[in-house]
Design a protein around this ligand. Structure first.
Ligand code: MN
Ligand code: MN
Length: 297
């Protein structure tokens, strides 16, 4: 039976509300000398305590890193005078809220932080039934360039559908040729990235985040157990540090060799430029949009 649209949207709203509350608390914990792992675990534990589930591991990307960084098991890294992006995903019954914020511990990236925030706000203003993703990309690009920075061209916003944190359509951060028209009740995440670098990200380092794409039979006992465990995430990304430690590297490698896993290496600015990010999830409405991940006062 098709679930009725209002109860689906209510799940999106609840996930967004929980996310917004936790995001605001997490911002207060991002301090020079604090452990990244503590912030990530605070976010993920708080999500579960509020009766929801993480839609993906808490991403904590710093400086030239744009996305997909998350602490490893027993990670002892602490914040320095960093430009910190906290990206949080919350789901209820597969319905996802996705939102990110930049916290500037360096004290001199104010304008860069404001550039992605302004681009997000300007994009939200034009989103309504019938808007094209071309127009959204154009507004984001113009706003960021207008503040003297570059948009990151190979990162984009996206649709959200049940148990899919990166569904079509792509919402570009630049003006693009081929657009998709958004329609009422579409749920999309808008996420401008601004940089003082070249405006492109590349993959770097070993992934800490994975997702299950296609389960294939395996013989190794630990790999079998691991496969059962990660099926619980229903295709959503998970962190290596969430997994049982018993022969974990071997079990992960075994699954990887069957082609069952997608890896999410850290994405960083090509020329190590600094990157800021701002993100909200919105429900497209007839005459505007509803931001699900905004803090309601
Ligand atoms: Mn995000
Ligand atoms: Mn997103």
């Amino acid at each position: 039976m098709e679930e009725d649209i209002e109860s689906v949207l209510d799940n999106y709203r609840s996930a967004g509300r929980i996310l917004a509350e936790i995001r605001e608390e997490a911002i207060g914990k991002v301090k020079e000398g604090s452990l990244l792992l503590e912030v990530a675990e605070f976010v993920e534990t708080s999500i579960r305590e509020k009766g929801a589930e993480p839609a993906f591991p808490c991403n904590i990307s710093r400086n030239e890193e744009a996305a997909h960084a998350t602490p490893s098991i027993d990670d002892e890294t602490v914040f320095g005078t960093d430009l910190v992006k906290i990206d949080i995903g919350v789901h209820i019954d597969g319905y996802i809220g996705d939102s990110a914020v930049t916290v500037d511990l360096s004290g001199n990236c104010d304008a860069l932080v404001r550039a992605s925030e302004a681009a997000l706000n300007e994009a939200i203003k034009i989103i309504r039934d019938g808007v094209s993703t071309v127009e959204i990309g154009e507004v984001i690009e113009n706003t960021i360039r207008g503040q003297g920075y570059k948009p990151v061209v190979n990162l984009s916003g996206h649709g959200l559908i049940r148990y899919n944190s990166h569904a079509p359509p792509t919402i570009p951060n630049v003006r693009y040729e081929h657009g998709v028209i958004l329609k009422e009740n579409d749920v999309v995440a808008i996420e401008p990235f601004a940089t003082d670098g070249t405006g492109k990200v590349v993959e770097s380092g070993n992934p800490e985040i994975y997702s299950l794409t296609k389960a294939k039979p395996v013989r190794l006992r630990e790999a079998k157990k691991l496969l059962e465990e990660i099926k619980n995430y229903q295709g959503l990304p998970f962190a290596k540090r969430w997994l049982p430690r018993e022969r974990l590297d071997l079990a992960l490698r075994t699954l990887k060799n069957t082609g069952a896993l997608r890896e999410y290496p850290v994405l960083r600015e090509e020329e190590k430029g600094l990157i800021s990010q701002a993100e909200h999830t919105v429900i497209v409405k007839k005459d505007g949009c509803e931001v699900t991940t905004k803090l309601s006062l």
